[in-house]
Design a protein around this ligand. Structure first.
Ligand code: GDP
Ligand code: MG
Length: 476
Protein backbone atom coordinates (compact mmCIF):
# COMPACT_ATOMS: atom_id res chain seq x y z
CA UNK A 1 0.00 0.00 0.00
CA UNK A 2 1.29 3.46 -0.89
CA UNK A 3 2.10 5.71 2.01
CA UNK A 4 0.15 8.92 2.53
CA UNK A 5 2.12 12.03 3.28
CA UNK A 6 1.22 15.31 4.93
CA UNK A 7 3.52 18.19 3.96
CA UNK A 8 4.43 20.93 6.42
CA UNK A 9 5.86 24.05 4.82
CA UNK A 10 6.55 27.68 5.56
CA UNK A 11 6.74 28.67 1.91
CA UNK A 12 4.42 28.10 -0.98
CA UNK A 13 6.81 26.39 -3.35
CA UNK A 14 6.40 22.69 -2.65
CA UNK A 15 6.87 21.39 -6.21
CA UNK A 16 10.24 19.81 -5.57
CA UNK A 17 9.18 18.33 -2.25
CA UNK A 18 6.12 16.78 -3.91
CA UNK A 19 8.32 15.25 -6.59
CA UNK A 20 10.63 13.82 -3.96
CA UNK A 21 7.71 12.35 -2.02
CA UNK A 22 6.42 10.65 -5.15
CA UNK A 23 9.94 9.46 -5.97
CA UNK A 24 9.69 7.58 -2.70
CA UNK A 25 6.44 6.04 -3.83
CA UNK A 26 4.19 7.98 -1.44
CA UNK A 27 1.19 10.18 -2.20
CA UNK A 28 0.83 13.75 -1.00
CA UNK A 29 -2.53 13.76 0.78
CA UNK A 30 -2.43 17.22 2.31
CA UNK A 31 -0.34 20.34 2.88
CA UNK A 32 -0.15 22.64 5.89
CA UNK A 33 1.19 26.10 5.07
CA UNK A 34 2.49 28.31 7.88
CA UNK A 35 3.31 31.77 6.64
CA UNK A 36 5.54 32.76 9.51
CA UNK A 37 9.19 33.52 9.26
CA UNK A 38 11.41 32.48 10.73
CA UNK A 39 10.00 29.01 11.54
CA UNK A 40 9.42 28.12 15.18
CA UNK A 41 12.75 27.06 16.76
CA UNK A 42 11.15 24.20 18.70
CA UNK A 43 8.28 22.84 16.61
CA UNK A 44 8.85 24.46 13.20
CA UNK A 45 5.16 25.32 12.78
CA UNK A 46 4.37 26.80 16.20
CA UNK A 47 1.83 25.43 18.68
CA UNK A 48 -1.42 26.60 17.04
CA UNK A 49 -0.65 25.40 13.51
CA UNK A 50 0.71 22.18 14.91
CA UNK A 51 -2.71 21.29 16.34
CA UNK A 52 -4.23 21.96 12.91
CA UNK A 53 -1.59 19.77 11.35
CA UNK A 54 -2.35 16.86 13.70
CA UNK A 55 -6.08 17.16 13.04
CA UNK A 56 -5.43 17.03 9.29
CA UNK A 57 -2.93 14.19 9.62
CA UNK A 58 -5.51 12.09 11.46
CA UNK A 59 -8.35 13.06 9.15
CA UNK A 60 -6.50 12.03 6.00
CA UNK A 61 -4.79 9.07 7.64
CA UNK A 62 -1.27 10.22 6.80
CA UNK A 63 1.45 7.92 8.12
CA UNK A 64 4.24 10.20 6.95
CA UNK A 65 4.78 13.85 7.85
CA UNK A 66 7.29 15.59 5.60
CA UNK A 67 8.77 18.95 6.51
CA UNK A 68 9.90 21.23 3.70
CA UNK A 69 13.20 22.14 5.38
CA UNK A 70 16.24 20.64 7.03
CA UNK A 71 15.37 20.48 10.73
CA UNK A 72 17.48 20.67 13.85
CA UNK A 73 17.62 17.50 15.99
CA UNK A 74 15.49 19.10 18.69
CA UNK A 75 12.78 19.92 16.17
CA UNK A 76 12.78 16.38 14.80
CA UNK A 77 12.39 14.94 18.30
CA UNK A 78 9.61 17.37 19.14
CA UNK A 79 7.66 16.69 15.96
CA UNK A 80 8.18 12.93 16.10
CA UNK A 81 6.85 12.86 19.64
CA UNK A 82 3.98 15.18 18.81
CA UNK A 83 2.69 13.15 15.84
CA UNK A 84 3.47 9.62 16.96
CA UNK A 85 2.84 10.14 20.67
CA UNK A 86 3.51 6.91 22.55
CA UNK A 87 2.77 4.84 19.48
CA UNK A 88 6.28 4.54 18.17
CA UNK A 89 6.50 4.19 14.41
CA UNK A 90 2.82 4.80 13.72
CA UNK A 91 3.64 8.15 12.13
CA UNK A 92 7.10 9.00 10.83
CA UNK A 93 8.42 12.52 10.55
CA UNK A 94 10.94 13.19 7.76
CA UNK A 95 12.68 16.44 7.13
CA UNK A 96 13.87 17.16 3.61
CA UNK A 97 17.28 15.59 4.20
CA UNK A 98 15.84 12.37 5.57
CA UNK A 99 13.44 12.18 2.63
CA UNK A 100 16.34 12.39 0.18
CA UNK A 101 18.29 9.80 2.14
CA UNK A 102 15.38 7.39 1.94
CA UNK A 103 15.22 7.86 -1.82
CA UNK A 104 18.94 7.19 -2.15
CA UNK A 105 18.59 4.12 0.01
CA UNK A 106 15.88 2.75 -2.19
CA UNK A 107 17.88 3.33 -5.38
CA UNK A 108 21.33 2.28 -4.26
CA UNK A 109 22.09 -1.04 -5.95
CA UNK A 110 25.77 -1.77 -5.87
CA UNK A 111 27.52 -2.62 -2.60
CA UNK A 112 29.47 0.62 -2.92
CA UNK A 113 26.37 2.75 -3.36
CA UNK A 114 24.77 1.03 -0.38
CA UNK A 115 27.75 1.77 1.83
CA UNK A 116 27.79 5.40 0.70
CA UNK A 117 24.15 5.72 1.63
CA UNK A 118 24.66 3.99 4.96
CA UNK A 119 27.49 6.40 5.74
CA UNK A 120 25.28 9.36 4.87
CA UNK A 121 22.52 7.90 7.05
CA UNK A 122 24.90 7.56 10.00
CA UNK A 123 26.13 11.11 9.46
CA UNK A 124 22.53 12.23 9.56
CA UNK A 125 21.79 10.22 12.71
CA UNK A 126 24.82 11.38 14.71
CA UNK A 127 23.37 14.70 15.93
CA UNK A 128 20.07 12.96 16.64
CA UNK A 129 21.77 10.42 18.84
CA UNK A 130 23.67 13.20 20.59
CA UNK A 131 20.34 14.84 21.24
CA UNK A 132 19.02 11.53 22.61
CA UNK A 133 22.02 11.29 24.97
CA UNK A 134 21.33 14.81 26.12
CA UNK A 135 17.67 14.00 26.75
CA UNK A 136 18.45 10.72 28.49
CA UNK A 137 20.71 12.58 30.91
CA UNK A 138 17.75 14.78 31.73
CA UNK A 139 15.82 11.62 32.60
CA UNK A 140 13.76 11.21 29.43
CA UNK A 141 13.29 7.61 28.36
CA UNK A 142 14.57 7.11 24.82
CA UNK A 143 12.89 5.37 21.93
CA UNK A 144 14.41 2.09 20.76
CA UNK A 145 15.51 3.55 17.46
CA UNK A 146 18.38 5.37 19.09
CA UNK A 147 19.56 2.64 21.33
CA UNK A 148 17.05 3.20 24.09
CA UNK A 149 16.38 -0.56 23.85
CA UNK A 150 18.95 -3.20 24.72
CA UNK A 151 21.92 -0.87 24.47
CA UNK A 152 22.31 2.45 26.17
CA UNK A 153 22.25 5.46 23.92
CA UNK A 154 25.92 6.12 24.53
CA UNK A 155 26.95 2.58 23.57
CA UNK A 156 24.94 3.02 20.44
CA UNK A 157 26.76 6.24 19.65
CA UNK A 158 30.13 4.52 19.95
CA UNK A 159 28.98 1.65 17.74
CA UNK A 160 27.97 4.16 15.11
CA UNK A 161 31.36 5.80 15.16
CA UNK A 162 33.09 2.43 14.69
CA UNK A 163 30.78 1.51 11.87
CA UNK A 164 31.46 4.80 10.09
CA UNK A 165 35.22 4.28 10.30
CA UNK A 166 34.78 0.76 8.93
CA UNK A 167 32.67 1.96 6.01
CA UNK A 168 35.22 4.62 5.10
CA UNK A 169 37.94 1.95 4.96
CA UNK A 170 35.81 -0.39 2.86
CA UNK A 171 34.92 2.39 0.45
CA UNK A 172 38.55 3.30 -0.05
CA UNK A 173 39.27 -0.33 -0.95
CA UNK A 174 36.30 -0.55 -3.30
CA UNK A 175 37.32 2.51 -5.22
CA UNK A 176 40.23 0.53 -6.61
CA UNK A 177 38.00 -2.22 -7.88
CA UNK A 178 35.41 0.05 -9.37
CA UNK A 179 36.26 -0.51 -12.99
CA UNK A 180 35.61 -4.24 -13.22
CA UNK A 181 31.93 -3.93 -14.03
CA UNK A 182 32.63 -1.59 -16.87
CA UNK A 183 34.71 -4.16 -18.68
CA UNK A 184 31.97 -6.69 -18.34
CA UNK A 185 29.49 -4.37 -19.89
CA UNK A 186 31.49 -3.61 -22.94
CA UNK A 187 32.38 -7.24 -23.27
CA UNK A 188 28.72 -7.94 -23.51
CA UNK A 189 28.79 -5.89 -26.68
CA UNK A 190 26.43 -3.22 -25.39
CA UNK A 191 26.74 0.49 -25.52
CA UNK A 192 25.64 2.40 -22.50
CA UNK A 193 23.50 5.49 -22.30
CA UNK A 194 22.90 6.97 -18.84
CA UNK A 195 20.03 9.29 -18.07
CA UNK A 196 20.67 12.36 -15.96
CA UNK A 197 18.55 15.36 -15.03
CA UNK A 198 16.42 16.86 -12.30
CA UNK A 199 13.57 15.01 -10.68
CA UNK A 200 10.45 15.13 -12.82
CA UNK A 201 12.27 16.03 -16.05
CA UNK A 202 10.94 12.81 -17.57
CA UNK A 203 13.90 10.43 -17.30
CA UNK A 204 11.87 7.36 -16.42
CA UNK A 205 9.27 8.18 -19.07
CA UNK A 206 11.97 8.57 -21.69
CA UNK A 207 13.54 5.30 -20.65
CA UNK A 208 10.23 3.58 -21.18
CA UNK A 209 9.71 5.29 -24.51
CA UNK A 210 13.20 4.41 -25.73
CA UNK A 211 12.88 0.78 -24.87
CA UNK A 212 9.89 0.00 -27.02
CA UNK A 213 9.34 -3.13 -25.12
CA UNK A 214 10.20 -2.64 -21.50
CA UNK A 215 12.78 -5.36 -21.30
CA UNK A 216 14.56 -5.32 -18.03
CA UNK A 217 17.95 -6.81 -18.51
CA UNK A 218 18.50 -9.60 -16.07
CA UNK A 219 22.03 -10.37 -17.15
CA UNK A 220 24.09 -11.02 -14.06
CA UNK A 221 26.54 -8.28 -15.00
CA UNK A 222 23.85 -5.69 -15.03
CA UNK A 223 21.52 -6.79 -12.32
CA UNK A 224 23.59 -5.27 -9.54
CA UNK A 225 23.77 -1.90 -11.20
CA UNK A 226 20.20 -0.87 -11.53
CA UNK A 227 16.87 -2.56 -11.94
CA UNK A 228 15.98 0.34 -14.11
CA UNK A 229 18.26 -0.67 -16.92
CA UNK A 230 16.37 -1.34 -20.11
CA UNK A 231 17.53 -2.40 -23.51
CA UNK A 232 16.60 -0.15 -26.38
CA UNK A 233 15.24 -2.28 -29.19
CA UNK A 234 16.87 -1.46 -32.44
CA UNK A 235 17.84 -3.14 -35.67
CA UNK A 236 21.31 -1.77 -35.15
CA UNK A 237 23.62 -2.28 -32.21
CA UNK A 238 22.10 -2.81 -28.83
CA UNK A 239 22.23 0.06 -26.43
CA UNK A 240 21.45 -0.12 -22.77
CA UNK A 241 19.75 2.87 -21.27
CA UNK A 242 19.97 3.26 -17.50
CA UNK A 243 17.89 5.48 -15.27
CA UNK A 244 19.48 7.34 -12.37
CA UNK A 245 18.35 9.24 -9.31
CA UNK A 246 17.63 12.78 -10.41
CA UNK A 247 19.67 15.75 -9.37
CA UNK A 248 18.42 17.44 -6.24
CA UNK A 249 18.64 21.09 -5.29
CA UNK A 250 20.68 22.17 -2.23
CA UNK A 251 22.13 18.83 -1.29
CA UNK A 252 24.00 18.93 2.04
CA UNK A 253 27.73 18.55 1.31
CA UNK A 254 28.05 15.32 3.27
CA UNK A 255 25.43 13.71 1.02
CA UNK A 256 27.21 14.45 -2.22
CA UNK A 257 29.22 11.21 -2.16
CA UNK A 258 26.11 9.13 -1.59
CA UNK A 259 24.44 10.97 -4.43
CA UNK A 260 27.38 10.41 -6.75
CA UNK A 261 27.48 6.73 -6.00
CA UNK A 262 23.85 6.43 -7.02
CA UNK A 263 24.99 8.04 -10.26
CA UNK A 264 27.70 5.47 -10.88
CA UNK A 265 26.23 4.50 -14.22
CA UNK A 266 27.34 7.91 -15.42
CA UNK A 267 30.94 6.86 -15.04
CA UNK A 268 30.33 3.83 -17.22
CA UNK A 269 28.38 5.57 -19.92
CA UNK A 270 29.29 5.98 -23.56
CA UNK A 271 26.82 8.83 -23.78
CA UNK A 272 25.08 10.83 -21.05
CA UNK A 273 21.57 11.89 -21.92
CA UNK A 274 20.67 14.96 -19.89
CA UNK A 275 16.90 15.24 -19.74
CA UNK A 276 15.49 18.74 -19.38
CA UNK A 277 11.88 19.75 -18.79
CA UNK A 278 11.04 22.18 -21.61
CA UNK A 279 7.85 23.20 -19.83
CA UNK A 280 9.75 24.76 -16.89
CA UNK A 281 10.03 28.54 -16.70
CA UNK A 282 12.85 29.56 -19.04
CA UNK A 283 15.12 30.96 -16.30
CA UNK A 284 14.51 27.89 -14.18
CA UNK A 285 15.30 25.62 -17.11
CA UNK A 286 18.56 27.41 -17.89
CA UNK A 287 19.57 27.41 -14.24
CA UNK A 288 18.92 23.68 -13.96
CA UNK A 289 20.87 22.86 -17.10
CA UNK A 290 23.77 24.94 -15.84
CA UNK A 291 23.85 23.23 -12.46
CA UNK A 292 23.38 19.77 -14.02
CA UNK A 293 26.40 20.32 -16.21
CA UNK A 294 28.35 21.51 -13.20
CA UNK A 295 27.50 18.35 -11.25
CA UNK A 296 28.46 16.15 -14.17
CA UNK A 297 31.78 17.86 -14.63
CA UNK A 298 32.53 17.71 -10.91
CA UNK A 299 31.73 14.06 -11.05
CA UNK A 300 34.19 13.62 -13.88
CA UNK A 301 36.88 15.47 -11.95
CA UNK A 302 36.24 13.16 -9.05
CA UNK A 303 36.37 9.85 -10.89
CA UNK A 304 39.39 10.70 -12.95
CA UNK A 305 42.21 11.31 -10.46
CA UNK A 306 41.23 8.56 -8.02
CA UNK A 307 40.76 6.00 -10.76
CA UNK A 308 44.10 4.28 -10.81
CA UNK A 309 43.90 2.49 -14.08
CA UNK A 310 41.87 2.25 -17.19
CA UNK A 311 39.09 4.69 -16.54
CA UNK A 312 40.63 8.04 -17.16
CA UNK A 313 38.94 8.67 -20.40
CA UNK A 314 37.10 11.79 -19.47
CA UNK A 315 33.39 12.26 -19.35
CA UNK A 316 31.19 10.80 -22.03
CA UNK A 317 29.57 13.29 -24.43
CA UNK A 318 26.46 14.93 -22.97
CA UNK A 319 23.43 15.03 -25.22
CA UNK A 320 20.61 17.27 -24.02
CA UNK A 321 17.05 16.04 -24.50
CA UNK A 322 14.63 18.94 -24.31
CA UNK A 323 11.64 16.86 -23.18
CA UNK A 324 7.88 17.52 -22.87
CA UNK A 325 7.79 19.63 -26.03
CA UNK A 326 4.10 18.69 -26.27
CA UNK A 327 3.56 20.98 -23.29
CA UNK A 328 5.22 23.98 -24.91
CA UNK A 329 2.59 26.18 -26.54
CA UNK A 330 3.97 27.04 -29.95
CA UNK A 331 6.99 26.21 -32.14
CA UNK A 332 8.17 29.80 -31.67
CA UNK A 333 8.05 29.36 -27.93
CA UNK A 334 9.97 26.09 -28.21
CA UNK A 335 12.70 27.71 -30.29
CA UNK A 336 12.96 30.52 -27.75
CA UNK A 337 13.63 27.91 -25.10
CA UNK A 338 16.15 26.01 -27.18
CA UNK A 339 17.86 29.30 -27.99
CA UNK A 340 18.09 30.25 -24.34
CA UNK A 341 20.27 27.16 -23.83
CA UNK A 342 22.29 27.55 -26.99
CA UNK A 343 22.87 31.31 -26.80
CA UNK A 344 24.24 31.09 -23.31
CA UNK A 345 26.88 28.80 -24.73
CA UNK A 346 25.67 26.08 -22.37
CA UNK A 347 24.67 23.60 -25.02
CA UNK A 348 25.80 23.17 -28.59
CA UNK A 349 22.90 23.24 -31.06
CA UNK A 350 23.95 19.85 -32.46
CA UNK A 351 23.89 18.40 -28.94
CA UNK A 352 20.27 19.37 -28.35
CA UNK A 353 17.27 17.24 -29.36
CA UNK A 354 13.65 18.20 -28.92
CA UNK A 355 11.51 15.28 -27.78
CA UNK A 356 8.35 14.20 -26.07
CA UNK A 357 8.41 10.97 -24.12
CA UNK A 358 4.64 11.14 -24.14
CA UNK A 359 3.84 11.65 -27.83
CA UNK A 360 7.10 10.01 -28.99
CA UNK A 361 7.82 13.01 -31.17
CA UNK A 362 11.54 13.36 -31.89
CA UNK A 363 12.46 9.88 -30.64
CA UNK A 364 13.85 8.79 -34.02
CA UNK A 365 16.11 11.82 -34.09
CA UNK A 366 17.19 11.04 -30.56
CA UNK A 367 18.08 7.45 -31.51
CA UNK A 368 20.03 8.73 -34.50
CA UNK A 369 21.98 11.18 -32.35
CA UNK A 370 22.77 8.55 -29.76
CA UNK A 371 24.18 6.23 -32.39
CA UNK A 372 26.24 9.05 -33.86
CA UNK A 373 27.72 9.83 -30.48
CA UNK A 374 28.56 6.32 -29.40
CA UNK A 375 32.26 5.94 -30.09
CA UNK A 376 33.56 3.17 -32.30
CA UNK A 377 35.82 0.67 -30.63
CA UNK A 378 38.41 -1.70 -31.99
CA UNK A 379 39.17 -4.87 -30.14
CA UNK A 380 42.72 -6.22 -30.22
CA UNK A 381 44.53 -9.31 -29.12
CA UNK A 382 48.27 -8.86 -29.35
CA UNK A 383 51.48 -10.48 -28.18
CA UNK A 384 54.19 -8.20 -26.82
CA UNK A 385 57.81 -9.20 -26.20
CA UNK A 386 58.76 -8.96 -22.51
CA UNK A 387 60.59 -5.64 -22.30
CA UNK A 388 60.56 -2.33 -20.43
CA UNK A 389 59.09 -0.69 -23.55
CA UNK A 390 56.20 -3.18 -23.52
CA UNK A 391 55.59 -2.42 -19.83
CA UNK A 392 55.39 1.28 -20.62
CA UNK A 393 52.92 0.54 -23.38
CA UNK A 394 50.83 -1.65 -21.05
CA UNK A 395 50.71 1.19 -18.54
CA UNK A 396 49.57 3.52 -21.31
CA UNK A 397 46.87 1.07 -22.38
CA UNK A 398 45.60 0.85 -18.82
CA UNK A 399 45.19 4.61 -18.92
CA UNK A 400 43.75 4.99 -22.37
CA UNK A 401 41.93 1.79 -23.26
CA UNK A 402 39.99 -1.07 -21.69
CA UNK A 403 42.33 -3.94 -20.92
CA UNK A 404 40.16 -7.04 -20.89
CA UNK A 405 42.78 -9.67 -20.30
CA UNK A 406 46.49 -9.84 -19.70
CA UNK A 407 48.57 -13.02 -19.53
CA UNK A 408 52.29 -12.97 -18.83
CA UNK A 409 54.55 -15.73 -20.07
CA UNK A 410 57.61 -15.59 -22.33
CA UNK A 411 55.70 -12.84 -23.99
CA UNK A 412 52.72 -10.82 -22.84
CA UNK A 413 49.32 -11.64 -24.31
CA UNK A 414 47.03 -8.67 -24.17
CA UNK A 415 43.36 -8.38 -25.03
CA UNK A 416 41.96 -4.87 -25.07
CA UNK A 417 39.49 -2.46 -26.59
CA UNK A 418 40.30 1.07 -27.67
CA UNK A 419 38.39 3.94 -29.14
CA UNK A 420 38.72 4.29 -32.89
CA UNK A 421 40.12 7.78 -32.44
CA UNK A 422 43.19 6.23 -30.80
CA UNK A 423 43.83 3.83 -33.64
CA UNK A 424 46.69 5.59 -35.45
CA UNK A 425 48.62 6.31 -32.24
CA UNK A 426 47.97 2.83 -31.02
CA UNK A 427 49.23 1.04 -34.12
CA UNK A 428 52.36 3.16 -34.05
CA UNK A 429 53.04 2.29 -30.42
CA UNK A 430 52.37 -1.40 -30.97
CA UNK A 431 54.73 -1.49 -33.93
CA UNK A 432 57.40 0.36 -31.95
CA UNK A 433 57.58 -2.34 -29.26
CA UNK A 434 57.50 -5.15 -31.82
CA UNK A 435 53.98 -6.40 -31.08
CA UNK A 436 52.34 -9.09 -33.18
CA UNK A 437 48.61 -9.12 -33.86
CA UNK A 438 46.79 -12.25 -32.75
CA UNK A 439 43.35 -10.91 -33.58
CA UNK A 440 41.69 -7.61 -34.19
CA UNK A 441 38.01 -6.86 -34.49
CA UNK A 442 36.58 -3.62 -35.70
CA UNK A 443 33.35 -2.68 -34.07
CA UNK A 444 31.16 -0.30 -35.96
CA UNK A 445 28.35 1.43 -34.19
CA UNK A 446 27.84 4.61 -36.14
CA UNK A 447 24.71 5.08 -38.22
CA UNK A 448 26.67 6.59 -41.03
CA UNK A 449 28.18 3.71 -42.94
CA UNK A 450 27.31 0.11 -43.66
CA UNK A 451 25.52 -2.21 -41.29
CA UNK A 452 27.63 -3.47 -38.40
CA UNK A 453 29.90 -6.38 -39.20
CA UNK A 454 29.54 -9.13 -36.67
CA UNK A 455 32.44 -9.36 -34.31
CA UNK A 456 32.90 -13.06 -34.94
CA UNK A 457 35.97 -15.12 -35.67
CA UNK A 458 35.22 -15.05 -39.41
CA UNK A 459 36.18 -11.46 -39.87
CA UNK A 460 38.93 -11.62 -37.29
CA UNK A 461 41.29 -12.89 -39.93
CA UNK A 462 40.58 -10.08 -42.34
CA UNK A 463 40.82 -7.58 -39.49
CA UNK A 464 44.16 -8.95 -38.46
CA UNK A 465 45.15 -8.57 -42.08
CA UNK A 466 44.03 -4.96 -42.01
CA UNK A 467 46.08 -4.47 -38.88
CA UNK A 468 49.07 -5.80 -40.80
CA UNK A 469 48.45 -3.43 -43.66
CA UNK A 470 48.44 -0.65 -41.07
CA UNK A 471 51.98 -1.56 -40.18
CA UNK A 472 51.55 -4.21 -37.50
CA UNK A 473 52.95 -7.64 -38.34
CA UNK A 474 50.59 -10.58 -37.95
CA UNK A 475 51.45 -13.68 -35.98
CA UNK A 476 50.75 -16.33 -38.60
P1 GDP B 1 11.76 11.61 -13.72
O1 GDP B 1 11.63 12.05 -12.30
O2 GDP B 1 12.81 12.43 -14.42
O3 GDP B 1 12.00 10.15 -13.87
O4 GDP B 1 10.39 11.99 -14.45
P2 GDP B 1 9.16 11.03 -14.85
O5 GDP B 1 9.51 10.21 -16.04
O6 GDP B 1 8.69 10.34 -13.64
O7 GDP B 1 8.11 12.11 -15.34
C1 GDP B 1 7.64 13.12 -14.48
C2 GDP B 1 6.27 13.55 -14.94
O8 GDP B 1 6.33 14.18 -16.22
C3 GDP B 1 5.29 12.40 -15.10
O9 GDP B 1 4.04 12.83 -14.63
C4 GDP B 1 5.27 12.14 -16.58
O10 GDP B 1 4.05 11.60 -17.00
C5 GDP B 1 5.47 13.52 -17.14
N1 GDP B 1 6.13 13.50 -18.45
C6 GDP B 1 7.29 12.90 -18.79
N2 GDP B 1 7.61 13.10 -20.07
C7 GDP B 1 6.59 13.86 -20.59
C8 GDP B 1 6.33 14.42 -21.88
O11 GDP B 1 7.08 14.27 -22.86
N3 GDP B 1 5.20 15.17 -22.01
C9 GDP B 1 4.35 15.37 -20.97
N4 GDP B 1 3.28 16.13 -21.20
N5 GDP B 1 4.56 14.87 -19.76
C10 GDP B 1 5.67 14.11 -19.56
MG1 MG C 1 12.33 8.72 -12.47
Amino acid sequence: MRRKALLLTTHRDTAELEELVSALGADVAGTILQKRSPPDPVTYLGAGKLEDARATQRAIGADLVVVNAALKPGQIFALQRFFAGEEEGAVEVYDRTRLILEIFRERARSPEARLQVELAQLTYDMPLVKEAIHREKKGERQAAMFGGGDYGVEDYYNMMKKRMARIRRDLAKMRHERGVRRKHRRRGGFHLVSLAGYTNAGKSSLLRALSEKETLVEDRYFSTLSTKTARAQSDRRDILVTDTVGFIEDLPPWMVEAFHSTLEEIALADVILLVVDASDEVEEMVRRVRSSLRVLHEFDAEIAPGAAGPYRRGLAPILVALNKIDRVGTPVELEARANALVQDGLVREDMLVRVSAQTREGLDKLYGKLYDLIPDYDEFEVALPASPESEALIAWLHESADVLDLTRGNEVHLHFEAKRSLRATLLEKLAAVGATALREVKRESSLSGEPSPSAGPADAASSAASARSDGLPGAS
